[in-house]
Design a protein around this ligand. Sequence first.
Ligand SMILES: Nc1ncnc2c1ncn2[C@@H]1O[C@H](COP(=O)(O)OP(=O)(O)OP(=O)(O)O)[C@@H](O)[C@H]1O
Ligand SMILES: [Mg+2]
Length: 232
Amino acid sequence: MSAPAALAFKDLASGYGSAEVLRGLSGEVAPGQVLAVIGRNGVGKSSLLKVLGGHLPAWRGGIALLGKPVERLRPAERHALGLAYCQQERPVFDSLSVRDNLALGMKAASPADMKPFFERFPVLERRLAQQAGTLSGGEKKILAFSRCLAEAQPVVLLDEPSEGVQWENILHMAALIDAQRARGVAFVLVEQNIEFATRLADHYLVIDQGRCVRHGPAASMDREELLRHLHV
Ligand SMILES: Nc1ncnc2c1ncn2[C@@H]1O[C@H](COP(=O)(O)OP(=O)(O)OP(=O)(O)O)[C@@H](O)[C@H]1O
Ligand SMILES: [Mg+2]
């Protein structure tokens, strides 16, 4: 990668209790690029994003966000430096309205900033006053995704945004990601949907049991190899 990294991590190790689940992961993503993190269930994809987001401590290794070391910073401090993070589990605040969920994530954004999202996902605009807890699983993912991208942060972590979302809306997600990467936003995208991942990825990081088993530019990995990594 020639451009300086928007986000870089080196030799990251972490885990839960005494169980190590990340065993020395390294990677980086340049502005305007998508690093797709691929791997079977339980290999550590979400744990990696938690460590990058600051929700799980790094036992070893370093993280540089826009050139600054952040591995010791809290989630809010990383957010203030330019990191947005859309978690896989419980992505929205169930007891808040859709409107308040959207407002929470948006530091300086105005309702006009939501326009591109309402155009793609009219269900959000129709349900603005509704409690987010009453949305379907797929609608919650769409809400969380939109809130995260509406923050307009330079670096975005997305943990399986397409899970439970219908294909037409997955394509809308891809279009919104493309529009932001054209403006220089860098994405780390955890995905098990190969069609979605291959549409967006510039680089892949393939994880198995907390270790990198393959990484490289998108052109170096075909669909068959990716499917093998996911299903073997
Ligand atoms: N809170 C936790 N406490 C203890 N172990 C955990 C916790 N969260 C995850 N793990 C374990 O860490 C390992 C990696 O989990 P992680 O959620 O990172 O996997 P993943 O690749 O995101 O899986 P999936 O594709 O199912 O989302 C698994 O063995 C999991 O059981
Ligand atoms: Mg996960």
